[in-house]
Every structure is written in structure tokens, then in C-alpha cells.
Design a binder for this molecule. Structure first.
Ligand SMILES: [Zn+2]
Length: 307
């Protein structure tokens, strides 16, 4: 089901819209097309760049920062985003597929989880592999500015490189955290607003302790929760037993929403729809190669004009 989105004349004169750059306005419109019927999407700036601004010479991270800092897009959960004004402005076709992404207000990570490799690589490259606080390159580590235990998401805007000693010394809760954030001109309150984290949902410090603990020891090779959801969403239904085996091996767990979102994007892409879906990878291949960690394929630039 193709997505159709509505744009109203007052969009162009709304105060929050005119205060962002023209390309950020265009990217904002693009997020409506990327979002599902509830206004939720996987937040992948590079994919947005390739799909919606394919030939523009621009820094997509800066454009994304305009959208998030203005509150037009709110980040949440594990690399997800939602568009607060979506339901108010859009009249979505009732036949459009229902959202497979969790509700923003109820979705809270219960334990630290894996940072997608492409995001990890982006951060290391951006910060040149050095601690952004002291410049040391001693054991550079990815740090969540708003800690995961406070609901801080795995998104570019919330990640940075710190050296081992700067990272180890960071408080993860309470006044200590607020004082620590103040060193960078930030505050817990503002970060919670920025990332759409509802403080009333969060009292996780006792459960997860210091960020980083609990990364090991939680895997369960027999876990297959979510496989049926994957199978239903995936456009090719070949070799289900092999797919189940690959699903277990891939240990998708908390990444299931991202996987489903990626499948949703790819299912309507040219690559997966041409020749009757002949080029959709086998489900087991998709899982074994962790294809959801790739950027979605770019849309080709159309030669047809808008008017
Ligand atoms: Zn340091």
C-alpha cells in the first residue's frame, strides 16, 4: 500500500516551519512519507538522505538536528522517532498497514542493548576516534550522553566518543548526572524533552545499574519471540525452518522494530518489487547477512517533473 500524505497551505507559513531551513522543511515532509500511519519511523539519517535528498549537497545530520531540536520530530526507544503533529495533519488511508513500531510513551528499553554498527561507525568517524572531553585516544568507547538507564536512545544525537577514564567516571543518575551534563552545557530535563523520555516511566537505575553491565549473560539461543511477526512481515515465504534457525542465531531481540521497519521500507523499494519480487532475498539470507543494518536502497531520481 503506497503512502499518500497531505500538505496544507498553512504549512508554509507556520512559525515552527518558517524558523527552520528550507531543506529541513523538505526533509520534514519526507519524514511523513517515511513514517507509518501512526507517524512512527526508524530514525536513520543516512537512509533519509539517500531516499529523499539524493542529489543535494547537504549535511543530513545538521538537518535532522533542526527537526529534533525544534520538536517537529521526537526520538525515542532504540533508534526510533515519532512525529508529534502527524495525526492532526494527516488523513491516512484506513487500509494502510498498521504500525509495527512501539508506542513512544510506553516504549522504554529495559536493558542496555546493541548499538547498530552503522551508527557506531558514524560516531567513531565524526569524533575521529578520540574522547570529545579530553582528546585522549585511550580505549575510545561510545557513550550515551543521556544514559540508556534514563531512556537515552541509540541515536547519533545521543552518542559520542569518550576515553575509558572519562566514561568510567560518569554518574548515571540523580544530581551527579545533572552536574556531569552541565559540563557540556546540557541538562537532564532538556535531554528528556529532546528524546521524548517520560521521566515517570523511568526508575530503572536499580534494575540496570551502571550503564554497560548486563550486556552479556542475557542471550538465550532458544529465544524465538518475534519470529512469527518477522515471518508475517517478510515478503518472501521460502524455507521457513532455515529462516527460524537464522532468526535464533541473529539474536534480534530488541532490534525487532528496526528489522520490521527496514522490511517495511524495502518491501516497497524498486529492488524488492521488480520482476514480481524476484530479487527479494531468501528470509534466511536476509537474517544471516543482517541486511537490516544496511542503509535502505536509495530511490532513483525520477525524470518526471512535479508539475
Ligand atoms: Zn577522556
Amino acid at each position: 500500500m503506497a503512502r499518500i500524505r497531505t500538505i496544507k497551505p498553512e504549512f508554509f507559513t507556520s512559525e515552527d516551519i518558517v524558523s527552520i531551513s528550507p531543506l529541513a522543511r523538505l526533509l520534514y515532509i519526507a519524514t511523513w512519507c517515511e513514517a507509518d500511519k501512526e507517524g512512527r519511523l526508524a530514525w536513520k539519517p543516512r537512509t533519509l538522505k539517500m531516499r529523499y535528498l539524493p542529489s543535494d549537497n547537504c549535511n543530513v545530520d545538521d538537518l535532522c538536528a533542526e527537526l529534533t531540536s525544534s520538536g517537529l520530530v521526537v526520538l525515542y526507544g532504540d533508534g526510533l522517532a515519532h512525529i508529534p503533529g502527524f495525526a492532526k495533519h494527516q488523513h491516512v488511508n484506513p487500509r494502510e498497514s498498521k504500525s509495527v513500531l512501539p508506542e513512544p510513551t510506553t516504549h522504554v528499553d529495559r536493558k542496555p542493548s546493541h548499538i547498530p554498527r552503522d551508527i557506531r561507525d558514524d560516531i567513531m568517524a565524526r569524533d575521529e576516534g578520540r574522547c570529545v572531553r579530553c582528546g585522549s585516544d585511550d580505549h575510545p568507547q561510545l557513550d550515551h550522553i543521556l544514559p540508556q538507564s534514563c531512556g537515552g536512545p541509540h541515536v547519533v544525537e545521543n552518542l559520542r566518543v569518550l576515553c575509558r577514564s572519562c566514561n568510567a567516571g560518569r554518574p548515571v543518575s540523580g544530581k551527579g548526572l545533572d552536574d556531569d551534563l552541565a559540563k557540556d552545557g546540557l541538562s537532564l530535563k532538556n535531554l528528556r524533552v529532546k528524546f521524548g523520555v517520560d521521566a515517570s516511566n523511568l526508575d530503572l537505575h536499580a534494575q540496570v545499574g551502571r550503564e554497560g553491565k548486563g550486556r552479556e549473560g542475557n542471550s538465550d539461543a532458544s529465544r524465538q519471540d518475534g519470529f512469527e511477526e518477522f515471518w508475517e512481515a517478510y515478503p518472501s515465504k521460502k524455507a521457513k525452518p532455515a529462516a527460524l534457525k537464522a532468526f535464533k542465531t541473529a539474536k534480534i531481540n530488541g532490534n525487532l522494530p528496526l528489522v520490521l521497519a527496514h522490511i517495511g521500507v524495502m518491501a516497497s523499494s524498486e529492488g524488492w518489487t521488480k520482476n514480481g519480487g524476484q530479487f527479494v532475498p531468501m528470509p534466511a539470507t536476509y537474517l544471516n547477512q543482517r541486511r537490516w543494518e544496511d542503509d535502505a536502497a536509495p530511490n532513483p531520481v525520477s525524470e518526471r517533473k512535479w508539475i
